[in-house]
Design a protein around this ligand. Structure first.
Ligand SMILES: [Zn+2]
Length: 167
């Protein structure tokens, strides 16, 4: 009439220990670095000299707004001529003013002019399709049949069934 008790599984303990993430202190701030190539706490970039940090989001946004302003005041053409020079250093005009620079994550090297414009093309295309997507949705605001652009493509309209039930 002995009670059956399973012997403790020794593998459970080691598995539990292995599941605990290994701590990796940041050389800049000393706190846990986190899973990425950039310190989740201070922005220090892995494998680069201490103090080399990614630009914080607010600074990136500021750069985008400044580039927009510079595009306006230089009537676009001035900015386009300007960026030919700044892109050599991995910068837009606003990035050169605000002291930000685009580098390759894998090497830490400043992008070449070709890499800079390849990145810029990606940004241009993504922004363009974002605007097109937004416009396609907003189309129903001024459309006589309240159709979005995908409604037009599919030849559909959207009914409010509350009205058909009461009719
Ligand atoms: Zn850090």
């Amino acid at each position: 009439m002995g009670e059956f008790t399973a012997p403790p599984d020794p593998s459970m303990g080691t598995q539990a220990r292995a599941a605990v993430p290994t701590t990796r202190p940041c050389p800049s701030c000393g706190r846990e670095f986190g899973p990425g190539a950039v310190c989740q706490n201070c922005g220090q970039v892995e494998g680069m000299p201490v103090g080399t940090k990614v630009a914080p989001p607010a600074r990136r946004l500021g750069g985008a707004l400044l580039d927009g302003l510079l595009l306006l005041v230089t009537l676009i053409i001035g900015w386009l001529i300007w960026v030919i020079f700044t892109s050599k250093n991995g910068q837009s005009p606003a990035k050169s003013i605000l002291k930000m620079r685009v580098v390759k994550l894998s090497t830490g090297e400043t992008v070449t002019r070709g890499q800079y414009f390849a990145r810029w093309l990606g940004k241009f295309v993504l922004r363009l399709i974002s605007i097109v997507g937004l416009l396609a949705a907003l189309w129903l605001l001024w459309d006589k049949n309240r159709q979005t652009l995908w409604d037009k493509i599919a030849d559909t309209i959207v009914l409010d069934d509350r009205s058909t039930i009461s009719a």
